[in-house]
Design a protein around this ligand. Structure first.
Ligand code: DHB
Length: 395
């Protein structure tokens, strides 16, 4: 039996009352459309691949209707190019009449779409991009990923308390990198540390060699790194090739650099790297174990932080549509998204009703080879800051 037929069969039975998203609504209602825009090709293709797999897993597990309204998910590739994102968003709202826009793999792509969300009053669920200011670009933006200030402050605090006195920062030269640099520095100074160099590398086709040479010359106690998902493996490879892993200069980072998507490819050079982030595939909750097992069975690769934000983005949208009893409508959906609290594979999350940004736990982790998990590399959590609000939004 096809999945759709199976769901129709279910809808006719008493079982449906027990399903959280299964309450009846007018059977002739138009489908509810979720228009994802993701980088499926180009430098950030892993982000698209992860979020697509997670959104499909959510639907496979939770059904393709909410309150009797059929859900139609559309995914289009912007290749990480902002003009393309904007064009697809326009087509989505004008031609397809989508009910929700979702995705946005890089900060400039979210910025390009914000005015379209505002003009069309369409909720825009950001499941990847992580510059703090994104949520301020439109009152219709809600975020399920994270912010760079949120994760950079935690590692700065950890470094300050663990004997690291001077640091060189090394970030990708655009929104999230500049956020990471700024918020790492201000917290590290508060903890008594010094930043002795601030290096930025171009987002597109970066060559890390000259920057790594500069780090080696400056000889800090540690280098703090942020690079977007997908660039970590190339960076770590050059870090090892230039012998920096054996130079006595510690590497600390946001979790983007030792991303679950690439960690096994990065290999032993990552061992011992302490980093901070909101999600590890090794997060030891029962819900996460189930999530990872189902994801790996369906996709044949490990979910990373992009996947979990895509999965939670779908959860948020399903909850909002259930709250409106299948009716939808931009303003009603947005109102239903604000203030949602639910358990995610990463831990409990909250959508702050004032800022529409995510409040979540941030973990300090160390890369280890885990015998009990197939002898693979994982980010093993060893400390946590609970319910962290984006520090850039704490007045
Ligand atoms: C952004 C992209 C990433 O891949 C990431 O890991 C963090 C932030 C961004 O462009 O906002």
């Amino acid at each position: 039996m096809e999945r759709r037929q199976a769901l129709h069969a279910l809808a006719g039975s008493a079982v449906v009352a027990a399903l959280p998203f299964g309450r009846a609504h007018g059977a002739d209602a138009a489908p509810f459309k979720i228009g994802f825009i993701l980088p499926m090709t180009g430098q950030s293709a892993s982000t698209g691949k992860q979020i697509e797999a997670a959104a499909k897993l959510w639907m496979a597990q939770n059904g393709s209707s909410v309150a009797g309204r059929k859900i139609e998910m559309i995914i289009k590739d912007d290749a990480g190019v902002a003009d393309t994102t904007r064009r697809i968003a326009q087509e989505y709202v004008v031609n397809d009449k989508v009910d929700v826009l979702a995705g946005f793999g890089l900060t400039p792509l979210a910025f390009a779409t914000a005015p379209i969300a505002t003009q069309s009053k369409t909720p825009m669920v950001v499941t990847a991009a992580a510059t703090s200011a994104i949520t301020e670009q439109s009152p219709y933006i809600v975020r399920t990923s994270f912010t760079l200030p949120q994760v950079s402050v935690s590692i700065a605090e950890w470094a300050g308390k663990h004997g690291i006195k001077n640091v060189v920062t090394f970030v990708a030269d655009y929104g999230p990198g500049i956020d990471a640099e700024k918020f790492f520095k201000s917290q590290f100074l508060l903890n008594g540390g010094k930043v002795t160099g601030e290096i930025r590398s171009p987002l597109r086709s970066p060559d890390f060699a000259p920057f790594l040479q500069k780090v080696a010359d400056l000889k800090p106690d540690a280098v703090f790194v942020f690079l977007p998902s997908g660039q970590g493996a190339a960076f770590m490879k050059q870090f090892g090739e230039r012998g920096l892993d054996k130079s006595g200069i510690k590497l600390i980072a946001t979790g983007d650099v030792v991303d679950d998507d690439q960690l096994n490819d990065i290999g032993d050079v990552a061992l011992g790297v302490v980093n901070s982030h909101h999600y590890s595939a090794a997060h030891p909750s029962a819900m996460n174990k189930k999530f990872v097992a189902a994801f790996e069975a369906a996709s044949k690769f490990r979910p990373n932080f992009m996947a979990v934000a895509g999965y939670d983005g779908m959860h948020l949208i399903y909850n909002a549509l259930a709250t409106t009893k299948g009716a939808g409508g931009g303003d009603a959906l947005l109102a239903a998204m604000k203030g949602q609290i639910f358990e995610s594979p990463r831990g409990q999350i909250l959508i702050d009703a004032q800022t529409r940004d995510i409040v979540q736990d941030v973990y300090i982790r160390k890369v280890e080879r885990v015998a009990a998990m197939g002898n693979q590399l994982y980010n093993v959590e060893f400390d946590v800051q609970k319910a962290v609000k984006d520090p850039a939004k704490v007045k």
